[in-house]
Design a binder for this molecule. Sequence first.
Ligand code: IPE
Ligand code: IPE
Ligand code: MG
Length: 239
Amino acid sequence: MSELDLNNIPKHVAIIMDGNGRWATNRGKDRVYGHMNGVESVRAAVKSAVKFGIKHLTLYAFSTENWDRPQKEVNALMDLLVTTLVNESNELFDQGVQLKTIGDLSALPEECQESLEKAKSKAPTPCTLVLTLALNYSSKWEIISAIKTMMDRGLNSTDIDETTVSKYLATSDLPDPELMIRTSGENRISNFMLWQLAYAEFHFSSVLWPDFREEHFLEALLDYQNRDRRFGGVSQSGN
Ligand code: IPE
Ligand code: IPE
Ligand code: MG
């Protein structure tokens, strides 16, 4: 922690929480056991983000493609979401965490939608962290939805620039993530924030999500702080 440059903390970190199934399979258990244990890592990631002074944490929790999983697993994930929200929302509020979501919630079971709306309606002051859950989210869905809304509102091609598109995305009130972390050793982004990650730094960790703790988060931040972010220009050091 002492190695961390507190003047160079990303404002927004996005995480693809991956590897729950393999974590469970490695232990001879059902995949759902992995998701249950992944909740502890979510708790730890939120605490770490608050501790490191990160203002926005976005967690990819369920993609539009994850409906293709066995019904039993999908149901268990939805149940887990409800239980976690019910159990954790007071604790999140006490920590000053504001919950948000991105994704098409209308396809989620009624009970999930209700729990989410209830948890999101609590607005802590001061707000220390905005925690955004990407649920039934995919970047292609989001971009198509943005295009449809722009067309429905009668925008002309001359009205459209980067700022306009950003405004019509589900993340309109979030800054773009400076850092994206994916666990489990998979080096891909699986339809996650294609637009917003245009200039993000990527940190791929081999740790499976249920094992992800503060030390791994710190490792990702230190890796980020060692990057030379050029944004198409030249290095600040002139090299
Ligand atoms: C991530 O873990 C959780 C979700 C996608 C909901 P996985 O369930 O994808 O775990 P692996 O990748 O199969 O190990
Ligand atoms: C990405 O993980 C989605 C979430 C973490 C919610 P997946 O496990 O679904 O991605 P793929 O199938 O390995 O690309
Ligand atoms: Mg996976």
